[in-house]
Design a protein around this ligand. Structure first.
Ligand code: HEC
Ligand code: HEC
Length: 214
């Protein structure tokens, strides 16, 4: 049957051949089977797991363990979110594992494009991400998260190519945690606690303009 996914696979094959990387194609062609429950997820996260500019995160290519852990945290309420908590409550461990593995395996899918953010915001955000801030010292985001290759930092979630609204929400959530309980040093909560509102807008704008690292 000539399905939509075969059309996409063919598109990827010809693109890879043009780039002279056809040898890598077999790994991409082995599209993972759709796990049960996928239809619910893609209604918000997109058919390719690309997320949406409205603030739904990209799941495609994200660290599998991070996604699975996030679902478990929504289920126990350790990570609070009114949308995801009831959805995760309906998933057992096997379903979480299957869905996390599936989305993590969708490589190279970029966030659906939105209106480009102001250039000065993006420039300032890039500096914070790559160099950090001297005042109220903040380490560069990419010192932990990596930027150019996911393989370099497999234990940290990918933060590039996420909708700005999602990054802003997450940083606010880490800040709320820091207010509730003094964070351990060198954790994301401690980093977020140092950021002011302007820096949050800047870094969120910059990260939203990036393509997912391979
Ligand atoms: C009604 C819309 C909606 C549906 C349906 C939905 N999600 Fe989400 N999802 C969201 C939003 C919004 C967030 C961001 C929550 C936050 O900021 O913590 C999110 C966050 C997540 C995260 C955390 C990602 C990260 O990088 O921190 C995971 C994992 C996730 N969803 C998986 C799923 C799976 C698997 C399904 C299907 C079983 C699903 N979602 C269905 C809207 C949705
Ligand atoms: C010391 C290492 C470290 C630094 C530096 C760091 N992070 Fe993090 N970040 C983490 C860890 C670890 C997590 C996962 C924590 C969790 O989920 O509880 C995380 C999670 C995140 C998340 C949530 C991702 C998701 O998909 O849910 C965002 C957004 C984020 N970081 C943004 C940033 C930004 C922006 C900066 C720079 C201002 C930064 N981080 C600097 C370690 C770091």
């Amino acid at each position: 049957m000539f399905t939509r996914s075969r059309c996409r696979a063919w598109g990827a094959a010809s693109f890879a051949a043009v780039l002279g990387i056809a040898a890598q194609f077999p790994a991409q062609a082995a599209a993972p089977a759709a796990p049960a429950g996928l239809a619910t997820c893609v209604a918000c996260h997109g058919t390719q797991g690309q997320g949406s500019a409205a603030g739904v995160p990209r799941l495609a290519g994200q660290n599998a363990q991070y996604l699975e852990n996030a679902l478990a945290m929504f289920k126990t309420g350790k990570r609070s979110n009114p949308v995801m908590q009831p959805i995760a409550a309906g998933l057992d461990d096997a379903a979480m594992h299957a869905l996390a593995t599936y989305f993590a395996g969708l490589q190279g899918v970029a966030l659906a494009p939105a209106a480009p953010p102001p250039a000065d915001l993006v420039r300032a955000g890039e500096e914070l991400a790559r160099v950090g801030a001297v005042s109220d010292p903040t380490p560069p985001c990419f010192s932990c998260h990596g930027a150019d290759s996911r393989a370099a930092n497999p234990h940290f979630p990918a933060i590039e190519g996420q909708p700005a609204a999602f990054t802003v929400d997450r940083l606010h959530e880490f800040q709320a945690r820091a207010r509730a309980k003094a964070p351990d040093p060198a954790t994301m909560t401690a980093v977020a606690a140092r950021l002011n509102e302007t820096q949050i807008r800047q870094v969120a704008a910059y990260l939203s303009t990036l393509k997912p690292a391979p």
